[in-house]
Unconditional design. Sequence first.
Length: 204
Amino acid sequence: MPKPALGPRDHTNPLIWCFAIICAVLAVAIIISGAALFIGYMVIKPKVPVISVTSAQLNNIYFDQVDLLTVQVTVVVRADNGNAKARASFYDTTFALSFRSETIAYLGGHPFELSANRSVEFNYVTQSTSIPLNPDEAEDVSLALRGREREREREISFELKGRTRSRWRVWLIGSLKSWLNLNCQLRLPVDGTRVYPRCSSKSH
């Protein structure tokens, strides 16, 4: 009895086998790299640096009879690097101190670096030029100053807005960057009492 004729067998192209092997190796490498990054992240727990206002004070205030206001304000800004094993750099720092939406001073600084688990404070003393006030604003300032004379607590509100940029390197994860923003309402007593506002980039 004659044997049935067999057709030609299909053979997988060697290039396809090579492509499949390469894909498998890449998949395994990606899985291993992802696991290593995750473990490294959990072990190191990188922290975003923080900027904050630690204290502020209205040093001097002068209000004349033509409704012009001049003030001197001290603001202490603190930068913190809470990373245990990474340096952090801070740059592009710009803050604006305002009174009733009018900027009275710009606060800035040169780029700087902080070692792991380190912090630094910057003491800004700002002297405004004469600020023209409308009748309502002039009345508010006048009431605050009269309150000081009567030993009653009176305050003048200022606003500090701005940001700085931070960069820090975390082991295998690489270089991380973040904008750190501040938006602080500073209610400063006219008697020069120093206040300690709870305002930081972490709260935004």
